[in-house]
Design a protein around this ligand. Structure first.
Ligand SMILES: C[S@@+](CC[C@H](N)C(=O)[O-])C[C@H]1O[C@@H](n2cnc3c(N)ncnc32)[C@H](O)[C@@H]1O
Length: 349
C-alpha cells in the first residue's frame, strides 16, 4: 500500500478535496487495509477492486474514523459500503431515481441488432416491440450488483440479456416465438429458454435456475397488436415484417378477454416469486391501452393484481419523445397519443 493514499471530504466550499494531514491518512490507510483483507472486498464494484491503489475513504464531513464509503473518482461520488442493492455511488444512484425519464431508442442499439441478425438471414425488425439494451442496462445497473442473476420472462429478441452482457450480470430469458429465440442466440451467449412462461416454474426448475436477483420484462400489452392502427399494419406488411408476436394460443398477446389476460399474466409473475431471492425487485413495463373508445388501465390493474403477492414499491414513467403523433379524436373528442409507459417496481418482501 502506498503512503500517498488520500481520503476525501466535503470542504466548506462543498468541494471534494484530498486531505493532507498524515495522521488522518494513516487512519484511512489502516481502514482500507482492513477492507482489502475482508470478505467485503470481493463484493465491491469491479472498477474499485481493479484500481484499489487509487481508492480513498470518504466521509461527508471528513470524520475519517467514521467513514463508511469509498471514492475512486470524486466526480462520480462515493460508494457506500452498506450498499445492498447495487454498485452505484450516491451520485449515480440519484440520477436514476427521478420518477420519470425520457428515452428514445438509440441508433447504435438498432444498428447492433440489425448487423448481427442480418448476417444470419434473420431480421431483428421482425419483432414489433423491441427495447433498447441501453435502457435495460440502466435498470439492471440500479437493481443488481455485478455477477447477479436477472430473469426476463418475455425475452423478445433479448434486449435484457444484451443489457446483462454490457453490465457484467448473468441473464436468463424465456421466449415463446422460435424466431425471436433464435435472434437472441445470435446476440448473446446468455441463457435463453424456448418455451411458454405460463410454465415458467417448470422451465426454471428443469434448467436448475434459482436465486434470481432481479426480474425485468415487458409482456405483450394485452392484444394491442391485433388492434393496431391500419397504418402500422400496412407499413409492416409492405416490408413483410411480423404484425403480431405469433398466432399461438399460448401467446398471451392473443388473449381477447381483458380480465383473463390480467389473471394469466399475473399467474406468470406469481410463479417467478418463488425463484427470486428475498428482497429481490421485479420490474414490469406496461402501458394503459385503449380499445373502441374505452380506456383500459392495464398498468394500474396489473399493479393492483400483482400486489396480492408482491409489495408495489414505486413506478417510473418512461416517456418517448420521438414517436410520430396522429390526430386521434379530431375534431370531436379528446383522445391522447399514448407515448408513456409505466415501469412498475415491485419487491419480494
Ligand atoms: C413486448 S415483447 C418483449 C420485447 C423484449 N423486451 C425485447 O426488447 O425484445 C413481448 C414478448 O413476449 C413473448 N410472449 C408472448 N407470450 C409468451 C409466453 N406465453 N411465454 C413467453 N413469451 C411470450 C412475445 O413473443 C414477445 O416477444
Amino acid at each position: 500500500m502506498t503512503t500517498s493514499r488520500k481520503y476525501f471530504y466535503h470542504s466548506q466550499q462543498r468541494k471534494i478535496i484530498p486531505a493532507n494531514d498524515q495522521k488522518l491518512n494513516n487512519i484511512a490507510k489502516k481502514k482500507l487495509a482492513k477492507i482489502k483483507a475482508s470478505e467485503e472486498f470481493d463484493k465491491l464494484p469491479r472498477i474499485f477492486r481493479e484500481r484499489w491503489e487509487e481508492v480513498g475513504l470518504y466521509h461527508p464531513s471528513g470524520e475519517i474514523e467514521k467513514a463508511e464509503a469509498l471514492v475512486l473518482n470524486p466526480e462520480d461520488g462515493a460508494y457506500s459500503l452498506s450498499n445492498k442493492i447495487n454498485h452505484l455511488t450516491g451520485k449515480q444512484w440519484t440520477r436514476s431515481i427521478k420518477s420519470w425519464f425520457i428515452f428514445d431508442a438509440l441508433q447504435s442499439d438498432i444498428r447492433e441488432e440489425k448487423e448481427i441478425t442480418q448476417k444470419a438471414g434473420l431480421n431483428s425488425e421482425d419483432h414489433p416491440a423491441t427495447y433498447s439494451p441501453t435502457m435495460m442496462a440502466d435498470f439492471i445497473s440500479f437493481f443488481t450488483k455485478e455477477g447477479d442473476l436477472v430473469l426476463d420472462p418475455f425475452n423478445g429478441i433479448g434486449s435484457t440479456l444484451v443489457g446483462c452482457d454490457r453490465t457484467g450480470r448473468r441473464g436468463v430469458g424465456v421466449e415463446l416465438n422460435e424466431k425471436y429465440y433464435e435472434i437472441t442466440k445470435l446476440r448473446t451467449k446468455q441463457k435463453v429458454i424456448h418455451g411458454s412462461s405460463e410454465k415458467i416454474g417448470e422451465l426454471l426448475k428443469a434448467n436448475k435456475i434459482k436465486n434470481i436477483n432481479f426480474s425485468i420484462s415487458s409482456p405483450p400489452y394485452w392484444n394491442i397488436l391485433q388492434r393496431s392502427t391500419g397504418n402500422f399494419e400496412k407499413k409492416r406488411s409492405e416490408k413483410n415484417l411480423d404484425i403480431q408476436y405469433s398466432d399461438k394460443e399460448m401467446d398471451i398477446g392473443n388473449i381477447n378477454s381483458y380480465e383473463e389476460f390480467i389473471n394469466r399474466l399475473a399467474e406468470i409473475y406469481f410463479q417467478i416469486y418463488d425463484y427470486l431471492v428475498p428482497q429481490a425487485y421485479l420490474v414490469v413495463i406496461v402501458k394503459n391501452v385503449k380499445k373502441a373508445g374505452r380506456n383500459y388501465p392495464l398498468a394500474w390493474d396489473l399493479a393492483k393484481k400483482l400486489s396480492e403477492k408482491y409489495a408495489l414499491k414505486d413506478e417510473r414513467i418512461w416517456c418517448q419523445d420521438k414517436v410520430g403523433l396522429a390526430p386521434f379524436g379530431y375534431p370531436f373528442a379528446y383522445t391522447s397519443n399514448i407515448v408513456h409507459h409505466y415501469c412498475l417496481v415491485f419487491r419480494k418482501e
